[in-house]
Design a protein around this ligand. Structure first.
Ligand code: NCD
Length: 336
């Protein structure tokens, strides 16, 4: 039975004109709002460009975006996406306008200015690209519609987080060396509100993945529309609350934080918060060549002793991949 889709729906339902957003080989001047825009070739371009940029000398890296001005404007908390976007642009020689804490310090906060007017202001200041994080699901789309400057989503509400998904794909490639087709992905945690899961599951389906297991409590199950879409792409999707059975057969375990900020009450949050902790006992069931990923921040869904397990790649590997993946996205959009 198809249930009511409450949140985290797929992007194609947000606009009727998918072709206009398609990224298929030529990234120049494009917005990146959703992974649904991407072809496999476009993803490969990011991976190849990230490797290329990483191998350049520091001096060569500084030339890549020299003369460009990049704005990083965030209306939600962030540690990794903000710092790696700023650092990537800086290392590539761009000048960066870092607008962290827009939810507290910009004119949208107490003065009531709209996101759209703020974006138009940044355009008037002649920025060349804006990395945007905002709590509204449609924020990336709305921003892209009012400006000619490319918008790169650094997370939009509960819907999508495309740069995270691209860095996750780079992590999977680097850490397993295996093709998306051959992997069994197990997503664990808050699959309803977790935008990283929405983007990565779609992107892995685009990359040819055929098997995903979703481990969540009933309260935070993957949105029905997204599950339907994955199945329509040929993915065999299994939903379960049996973490132990799921991890035994996993090649990739992608764990996530329960997204406290979207719950109606603290009580509801506490009910699901610690449903599935991954500890050393659970890791004993996991294959020796599997990897454990997490987009971070982490609360208590992974026990601290697991950090030292060689299969845990969230720190430093996964975070580190964010740097050159984000650098590659900006380079492809600004330089082709
Ligand atoms: C995530 C986010 O903001 O969606 N963080 C990130 O960018 N790596 C995950 C989260 O907040 O749980």
């Amino acid at each position: 039975m198809v249930q009511k889709i409450e949140t985290g729906d797929i992007f194609t339902e947000l606009n009727e004109n998918g072709e206009q957003w398609r990224i298929d080989g030529d990234w120049r001047g494009k917005d990146l709002i959703s992974v649904e825009q991407l072809s496999r070739e476009a993803v490969d371009q990011v991976l190849v460009t990230a490797d290329y940029l990483e191998r350049l000398s520091k001096l060569e890296q500084k030339q890549v975006l020299a003369g460009k001005d990049v704005g990083v404007a965030f209306w939600q908390d962030s540690t990794r996406t903000y710092s790696s976007s700023v650092l990537a642009a800086t290392r590539l020689g761009a000048d960066v306008l870092g607008l962290h804490g827009m939810h507290a310090y910009s004119s949208t906060y107490k003065k009531g200015e709209s996101l759209e007017k703020t974006i138009e202001t940044l355009e008037a200041l002649e920025l060349n690209l804006i990395v945007l994080r905002h709590p509204d699901d449609d924020s990336g789309l709305r921003a892209a519609q009012v400006t000619k400057i490319p918008i790169v989503s650094g997370g939009a509400g509960k819907l999508e987080h495309p740069t995270q998904a691209l860095l996750d794909v780079r992590t999977i490639r680097a850490e397993t060396g295996r093709r998306a087709e051959d992997l069994h992905l197990v997503f664990v945690g808050d699959l309803k509100y977790g935008r990283t899961v929405h983007s990565l599951s779609k992107l892995m389906a685009i990359m040819g993945n055929k098997r995903m297991t979703l481990v969540a409590t009933d309260e935070v199950k993957m949105p029905r529309g997204l599950v339907k879409w994955l199945v329509s792409q040929g993915v065999d999707v299994e939903e379960t609350s049996d973490l132990r059975a799921a991890v035994r057969e996993a090649d990739i375990i992608y764990d996530t934080r329960v997204q406290r900020e979207w719950f109606d009450s603290e009580e509801e949050y506490l009910k699901v918060k610690s449903a599935f902790q991954i500890n050393s006992e659970v890791m004993k069931l996991v294959k020796s060549d599997a990897i454990l990923m997490h987009p971070l921040p982490m609360v208590d869904e992974i026990a601290p002793e697991v950090d030292a397990d060689p299969r845990a790649v969230y720190l430093p590997q996964q975070v580190n991949h964010g740097l050159w993946t984000r650098g590659a996205i900006m380079t492809l959009i600004l330089e082709g």
